[in-house]
Design a protein. Sequence first.
Length: 335
Amino acid sequence: MATRLFAAPSPHIHGGESTRRIMLDVVLALIPALAVSAYVLGWRSLMITAVAVASCVLFEYLIQRLLFKGRTTIGDLSAVVTGMLLAFNLPVGIPWWIVVIGALVAIGIGKMTFGGLGCNPFNPALTGRIFLLIAYPVQMTDWTTGVPTDMQSPMMFDSVSGATSADAMSGATALPMVKQNPELAGNTDFGDMLFGQMNGSMGEICALALILGGIYLLWRKVITWHIPVAILGTMAIFAACVGMCEGGSLVYELPIFHLLAGGALLGAIFMATDYSTSPMTHKGMIIYGVGIGVITMVIRLWGAYPEGMSFAIFIMNAATPLINKYCKPKRFGTK
């Protein structure tokens, strides 16, 4: 036969983007937040990020070479992205050895246990972050150690005395402080929350930097709008409904507070959109995002933890196979 026909599994059409190129785009999108973190929190934020990235790359290399005895994939930069996202979910004063443990859990358990990139059902960085939060709750919720003196305020050390500070009422510190003392919310400065004059986890302190990174990823078509908009929109509507039921007299009940505080933007833009752990269809993405938004707000408002984004994404990661099952696209040629 002059012409040969070959049968092969999908995908049959390939785009020009490679895994390395996509991961490089994510790294570039995270650079603004890292730069603001280094400017606001000091050199230690760069050190923690370097330790997290180096540990993730090293553990992935060792596992593939010594356990799998196959080729290494550290060149695709996925381990670098995992390391950066793990670091962005940590306080700047956390001991370096805890960062290494988090990296081992993220790569060893969250990623390589399931076969590597594309096979993991849960976001690796979130796996490491949740493990550290459970295993080292004191270090993971210490927002003062390693923070420059001008970023510290009386309220960060004594949430019962009633001392207030606009700088402290932002980011990750805002959620636990306001949850314990709702009257403190009146001092929240949304400008500080937007431009990075706050304390908190390294990747959460500047909402504007995260938004710029999200715009870059949308422009590069690395992500679509469906998941971030579904998450943030659900959170805003949920907060507005609670605010109307409660009278809306507190800043903690305003949608803008929940969108800018804590890990809302970091989770919605960079972590919930992970290809391996999020639904494949646009309809599924919206259902997935709505679920994350609802769970996040329920934990924030009535749960034991002040921040629920990590747990919400983790739970909805587990629901992704079910969402994919019931949100399949129509078969080609069907009505």
